[in-house]
Design a protein around this ligand. Structure first.
Ligand code: NDP
Length: 497
């Protein structure tokens, strides 16, 4: 930072921003992802359903595949495309966002400074997601205690699943257009920059679609005119808000609505859906508990906030990550003791590596004299930062990703050899003819396209993320990074990759 001395206070001055090249296939890749990913989300919602099966049967018999057939089999809205949207649903979704915003502002929280910015100074953040989510989950628990599985939140989410997706997509579109447009008010190099605004190194290529996708401004923040609360409480970091609040909590809430649906439809709750719901809630609540750790993640220090992160946070995470529980709500596969043991072992091992590695780095970076990390070996780089070369970070350069990926197996395995067809059969308890999900030889295994997609996608995401981080660290540390990679040779899986 080049401080400009005024008569009274030092006003930070904007620096020349760092610039990086294209990623994700450049403008063409950005275009495909902006328009393709929302379609993929709808495909998951429609093609694995409780109208005809998972997958919809015509997909397995291409000779019968016509739009007329498919339209019926996927429960396409009667009003057509317009039916994907509902104003009342959108208003309820907006109310959910508003509640989260009010809790962020008014509920007490911890105020923390972020990492030093390239333009100088640090932003302040207020963290209280753990408290906020416990409060919301307690309210949902109370509603369920009174109304059981018929509690209106659960039925609303199940009945309007597609319209809730659309509402979140609309919010994503508006928010990402707004942050993109607003980024043009960032002070130019040499101008006073009192709000410490800066462009993301990879987000100002000049190509509209690419910059819109990747995120032009690094820490998009707004300060609301709210009296009687601290500066940090009324300042909303849009990226941190979206990453931590609506989507992650929405993921748990959707899972719970799926559990309620399974109970309403089948009269019981399976070990499989409970296992996934508990494991994923634990994962989310754990990240809430460790909330300040978000400040050193790539999403906050390196990536701008644009369509990619906004869509990922608000749509992809809640609606794609809850696919397994949604599947099990329709087809109540049971795991049994052996299944639970295997899934628990995989998830537990993943969590042990993930949490162990992330905590080790956080501890080491905040207090290298902490008795838990004091004995670890490290190299000191020219920039002053230290890189661990023993402990978890001595086994692979991103051993934390391996832990995260192993956990994704634990979430998918409980769906077994997924796939079913909806068949009319007599309900033995009521004697009535009704549709039931049955695993036919033709459908068995094909549902895995939906329920195991997460493992594949997450593996690709983590490999790609590792490559991006590698590039960033190489640029930052130069020869020191080469030295580090010669000491720690594996990227993610020790001795293999
Ligand atoms: P990491 O927490 O892996 O941090 C990478 C940074 O750590 C590097 O840029 C470098 O930063 C520093 N570093 C690298 N090597 C060392 C070392 N040997 N010793 C000390 N510091 C080192 O980054 P991410 O933000 O990618 O991931 C955070 C967590 O979030 C991960 O566990 C990941 O699995 C998870 N995640 C989960 C997702 C999901 O959808 N569930 C999506 C994405 C991530 P510096 O410049 O400070 O040196």
């Amino acid at each position: 930072m080049a401080p400009k001395k005024g008569h009274k206070a030092i006003v930070p001055v904007q620096i020349v921003p760092e610039k990086r090249g294209y990623e994700f296939g450049g403008p063409l890749g950005a275009f495909v992802l902006v328009f393709g990913l929302p379609v993929l989300i709808y495909c998951f919602a429609f093609l694995c359903n409780d109208v005809s099966g998972c997958p919809a049967p015509s997909l397995l018999h291409p000779s019968t595949l016509t739009w007329d057939n498919l339209e019926y089999e996927i429960g396409w809205p009667e009003k057509g495309l317009v039916g994907l949207y509902d104003t009342e649903v959108t208003l309820w979704v907006l109310s959910y966002y508003l509640v989260l915003l009010l809790l962020q502002i008014f509920l007490p929280g911890q105020e923390v400074e972020g990492v030093p910015l390239a333009c100088g100074g640090r932003h302040k953040y207020k963290f209280n997601t753990f408290r906020s989510s416990i409060l919301i989950l307690a309210a949902l628990g109370a509603g369920t205690y009174v109304n059981g599985a018929d509690f209106v939140v659960w039925t609303f989410l199940w009945d309007n699943f597609v319209q809730v997706i659309t509402a979140n997509l609309i919010i994503t579109a508006i928010l990402s257009i707004w942050v993109y447009a607003r980024s043009f008010s960032i002070p130019a190099p040499g101008e006073p920059n009192p709000e410490l605004r800066e462009l993301a190194p990879g987000g100002h290529t000049g190509n509209i679609i690419y910059d819109f996708f990747i995120g032009r401004e690094l820490n998009s923040r707004i300060t609301l005119p709210i009296p009687f609360v601290s500066e940090a409480a009324r300042t909303i970091d849009i990226g941190v808000f979206c990453e931590m609040r609506p989507g992650l909590l929405g993921w748990i809430i959707l899972n719970l609505s799926h559990v309620a649906h399974q109970y309403r439809t089948h009269g019981y709750v399976t070990d499989s859906i409970l296992f996934i719901t508990v494991a994923q809630a634990f994962y989310v609540l754990d990240s809430y508990y460790m909330e300040p750790a978000i400040l050193t993640t790539m999403d906050i220090i390196m990536d701008g906030f644009g369509f990619m992160l906004c869509f990922g946070d608000l749509v992809w995470v809640p609606f794609l990550y809850s696919t397994q529980t949604r599947y099990l709500a329709m087809f109540p596969a049971k795991m049994g003791l052996n299944g639970i043991a295997v899934s628990l072992a995989v998830t537990g091992l993943g969590y042990y590596i993930f949490r162990g590695a992330n905590n080790e780095k956080n501890r080491f970076r905040t207090n290298p004299d902490d008795p838990l990390v004091k004995h670890l070996k490290y190299i000191t780089t020219k920039s002053g930062s230290k890189l661990l070369t023993s402990g978890w970070w001595g086994t692979a350069r991103h051993i934390n990703y391996l832990g995260d990926w192993l956990m994704s197996w634990g979430y998918c395995l409980p769906t077994g050899f997924a796939g079913y067809t909806m068949i009319e059969a007599i309900n033995t308890s009521t004697g009535e003819l009704e549709k039931q999900a049955v695993q036919t030889p033709g459908s068995r295994g094909w549902g895995a396209i939906f329920t195991y997609f997460y493992i594949l996608y997450f593996g690709i995401l983590l490999i790609h993320r590792e490559q991006r981080d590698e590039e960033k660290c190489h640029k930052k540390y130069g020869k020191d990074w080469d030295k580090y990679t010669s000491l720690v040779r594996s990227k993610i899986i020790p001795g293999i990759y």
